[in-house]
Design a protein around this ligand. Sequence first.
Ligand code: C2E
Ligand code: MG
Ligand code: MG
Ligand code: MG
Length: 277
Amino acid sequence: KAKAEGRGAFRMFEPAMAERMQARNRMETDLRRALAAGEFELHFQPLVDVQSGEVTAAEALVRWRHPEQGLISPADFIPLAEETGLIVPLGEWVLRTACTQAASWPQEIKVAVNLSPVQVRDDRLPETVAAILREIGLEPGRLELEITEGVLLDGEERTLAMLTRLRAIGVGLAMDDFGTGYSSLSYLRRFPFSKIKIDRSFVCLLPDDAESAAIVRAIITMGAGLGMATTVEGVENAEQYAFVAAEHCGQVQGYHVSRPLPGPAFLGFLSGMEAAA
Ligand code: C2E
Ligand code: MG
Ligand code: MG
Ligand code: MG
């Protein structure tokens, strides 16, 4: 009986596997098609300077406007884009589009672009970034590249060399989602980051959770001591904003300030802030 069940289980397993593979292949084909068809778009989420209350940067966040499925969030297609290598052309599109938009903004604020570890492994990345900035005529200081801790696992020497080449262009380098990965404090000293972005998992229980409060406070203090700017991600309400502002963090990003907005709505947000000031 056990044997029969075993075979049955195998028969059940195999079609499910095959189906998953098929779905994955369909999505890969679809991703390729979407890239050629121009179905990706960028939304921009403002980063507000706590001291001045002004928008000083915006993070570009990619979305896929699928003809049948509607707007797909990056969590649902970036992993496959990474596995298939499609993240390299997609990432280049994101960089070029984000820089083009930033060049047209009425204020000289920075634009932040997320880089996948797969892109950071590509030796041509610094040339690509430099070429895009030159082509668009955007000052390197207005671009900030965000990378996650996962990149640092690729080999410290190699990553250090890459990050050093990127910094030499004059762009900023932010450690994204700080505290969620394999954070080692020595990384912050060793690698040329200009900014730390505190992950929103440390923010969501603020201001009441004493442990979250202690961690956020400690990271802000450490950032200041290392001469790095800090941005607190995922600030969703006035209490959280007040807490991190009182702790002298540099910038705040989160739904309390604004959700990520399509290009035109982001411009509207900027002019609204100007009108309010
Ligand atoms: P991330 O770089 O950490 O971006 C912040 C994410 O948090 C965004 O999700 C943003 O919409 C969300 N967020 C911002 N404020 C709040 C808040 O107050 N509360 C909550 N609950 N969430 C908030 P999104 O746009 O879905 O992006 C998810 C992740 O996908 C990003 O995390 C980033 O790792 C990746 N990603 C997005 N765009 C790109 C891209 O162009 N290239 C690459 N390689 N990855 C990207
Ligand atoms: Mg980011
Ligand atoms: Mg983040
Ligand atoms: Mg994140």
